[in-house]
Structures are given as structure tokens and as C-alpha cells.
Design a protein around this ligand. Sequence first.
Ligand SMILES: [Zn+2]
Length: 303
Amino acid sequence: MRRTLAVMVGLLPMTLLPCSAWAWGEEGHQLVAAIADQHLTPEAAAKVQQLLGAKHLADADVAAWADMIRADRPETRNWHFAAIPHSAATYDAARDCHDGACAVVKIEELRRKVADPSLDGPSRLEALKFLVHFVGDLHQPLHCTNNDDRGGNEVAVRYPGKLAKTNLHATWDELVLEDAVAASTDSDLAAYVLALDSTIKPAQVSEWTASVNASDWANEAHKMAQGIYAELPPRKGPLATRLKSDYGPKHRAAVELQLKRAGIRLAMLLNLAFDPSSGASARPVAMPSPAQRRPITLQAPRD
Ligand SMILES: [Zn+2]
């Protein structure tokens, strides 16, 4: 059975982070990987599987692995986001990516690593797991803005229907998505992601894959984050901001759009890395017919 997303929020030691470092809950990362998996070319899928062995791209300990090892690998802490100043229009590497330690630069590095056959298997597998994760991270809008509040972690909010106080970052990591899954007609996450994926149109794939630059994706997410802040009701003293009762339904489309964009772009990067011939086509992303779809596995190690 699917775990409730809300449970995960309590497990995340957000208070330890210098800036927002989590994007999407485990399930969000799994959804991105599951969408990507459906759009790999057969050649890329075979090579990815070779690296993964018995695991699947959308397993929690693949797609969300980078979050699980943060405590053991402090040097990876800043790789999960791109701290574009809130008022800035666009990403600036010199300003927003000190020492190359941010999601934008890491995605570029990891693309090359996963494609490098001279690297040993364990190093390529690690690069693959990081890449899957950071492409997801970069599409969580609050991972692409720095408003001096640790990516919204310090913006206390009350989310409709929740008794406990939460924050803006967790709202976009987990709560809007939780509402979206609950509101869908599909009771389990695998069915939800399949339904989500089937709404993706070829024209959207062309639009989303027009750029292979992670900085363009960061700018797009940053703009979205600016909109999220702009519509927050004015803060009244130390009290948590009360979000409107329709906050979840209102933003469902935005969250789902970001998950779909992340999945398609991840597929593009993996296809280009593992099946370079796919880059010769106008759209280096496979569009499976219903019969060509792969079964979706969303294994969570802590179940
Ligand atoms: Zn992360």
C-alpha cells in the first residue's frame, strides 16, 4: 500500500539545512523517474537496466537515494538546488553556483559521467542515481529561488485540512502532490503516474526538450517560484500564513506540469547519454503506445 506522503515530511531533518535541500518527497522523485522510464529508447533502457541490475529507475533507493546519503556526504548538500536570488530574473553561475556546487552544474557534469564508458560501473551507477534525483530537484520551484528563508522552509503556513503547522517548502514538496494523488481516480501511485504520463502530448515533449540546458529549466522553475511568493497573503506578525482552502486544487496543475517536464527531460538526458543516435531525431524522447509501456514499479525500501 502507498504510504501517506505526509508521514515523510516528519522524517526530513529540514532544520539542519543551510538552504532548501529537499525537493519533492520520495514519491515525487519516484514519479519523475517513472515518467522518464516510459520514454527511454529501447537501447537506452537496456543500458540503464544494465547499470541498475535488479533495481528499477523509480525505486525509492534509486530516485531518492541522493537525499538518503546527505548526512554521510556533506559535500553533496548544495547539489540539490540552484539558489537564484528571489528578485533576480535569471540564473547566474558566478553568483548562484559557488565552486560548481549546485544542481545546474552537477546535472551537466553527471550527464557526461553517465555517458562515459571508461568509468567503472559503480561510479556510473552513482552518477545515474544523482542525475535522476537532481533533475527532479531542479523542477521543484522552491529549489530554484533564494529568498533568505531556506527555500521556503522558514515560511510557516497552515495548509488547508492539516492540523499541524507546516511550511511553504513542504507544501510544494509534498502536500499539493498528496492532494493531487488523493483527488485522482487512481488509488495507487503507479496508476496515478501512468495516467499522468498518458496526458503528455507530443507537442509538449517538443517544447520541453527544446533546450538541454539545466540553467533554462532552473529559470523556468525560478519564475514559477516568484509567482508562488507573489500570491502569498501578507504575513501577519509571527503567525503562520493561512493558505486558502483551494490551494491544493489550484496548484495541482503546476505541480503535475513540473513532474512531467522533469520526467521527459530526464528521459532526454538518459537517451542522449546511453543512445546517442536518439539525438539525431527532432525529439530524442520515445513516445510509447499503450502496448509499449513498461510495467511501473515503485518500490519503497522502508515499506
Ligand atoms: Zn534532493
